[in-house]
Design a protein around this ligand. Structure first.
Ligand code: PGA
Length: 249
């Protein structure tokens, strides 16, 4: 398999006003001297995307959105399109995060439509999947995640840059993480499905792990076979913590 550059993406969720851009600027400044940097991205709330893209222009830190609508424009009060994110300077977009699946009823079909929208706008989608605690305890993890991967990744991804993020719902924001063996099992299963869906091209997409990644556990998690990076929530809000995770990659 070709060596792929890990991707470390920060998901700020609904955190951050203008003053938080100082953290992003500090991160970009500190990473400047790194000779073999991983790919690094920050996904702030929509209100900060344009300002952050401007603040980080010329740096190695890319900017992403946290969600997009399926349509390019229209009467959809409160929504933001993939084209608008791209226009604001985003390069990536998180699709179907479990918080959106749970709170907004985003199904695999909606995830696939939003992924198509991201591709249409030239954005790199980070498509999220992951089981609930009840699903894991019932022994259904691989079934659930497999169904989400097959249903949320449209055929149009063939030959395009994208990432999958495996985020067990019970590990998000809880301080709990799966064992490395559990992470490896799911990541290997996702890789096999990507190979089945996209052939050799499916080998190039990084599979990120997400859920309570922090400076202490990052190195161990990022060493797990088939872990191609991390999607980081809480620990991406502080430059020092996020930088430590980036340096562990
Ligand atoms: P967390 O969130 O790192 O705060 O657990 C991860 C995510 O929701 O992407």
């Amino acid at each position: 398999m070709a060596e792929m550059r890990p991707l470390i993406a920060g998901n700020w969720k609904m955190h951050g006003t203008t003053e938080a851009l100082a953290e992003a600027r500090a991160l970009a400044g500190n990473l400047k001297a790194d000779p073999t940097p991983p790919r690094v991205a920050l996904c702030p709330p929509h209100t900060l995307v344009a300002q952050m893209a401007w603040a980080l222009r010329g740096s190695q830190v890319e900017v992403g959105g946290q969600d997009c609508h399926v349509e390019p424009k229209g009467a959809f009060t409160g929504d933001v399109s993939a084209e608008m994110l791209a226009d604001a300077g985003a390069r990536l977009v998180i699709i179907a995060h479990s918080e959106r699946r749970a709170a907004y009823g985003e199904t695999d079909e909606i995830a696939a439509d939003k992924t198509r929208a991201a591709l249409r706008a030239g954005l790199e989608p980070i498509v999220c999947v992951g089981e609930t605690l009840a699903e894991r305890e019932a022994g259904n993890t691989l079934d659930v995640v497999g169904r989400q991967v097959r249903g949320s990744l449209p055929r149009e991804l063939a030959g395009r840059a994208f990432a999958v993020a495996y985020e067990p719902v019970w590990a998000i924001g809880t301080g709990l993480t799966p064992t490395v063996a559990q992470i490896e099992e799911v990541h290997r299963a996702i890789r096999a499905i990507l190979a089945e869906m996209f052939g050799a091209e499916g080998q190039g997409a990084p599979i990120l792990y997400g859920g309570s990644v922090n400076p202490k556990n990052a190195a161990e998690i990022l060493r797990v076979p088939e872990v191609g990076g991390a999607l980081v929530g809480g620990a991406s809000l502080k430059c020092a913590d996020f930088e430590a995770i980036v340096r562990a990659a």
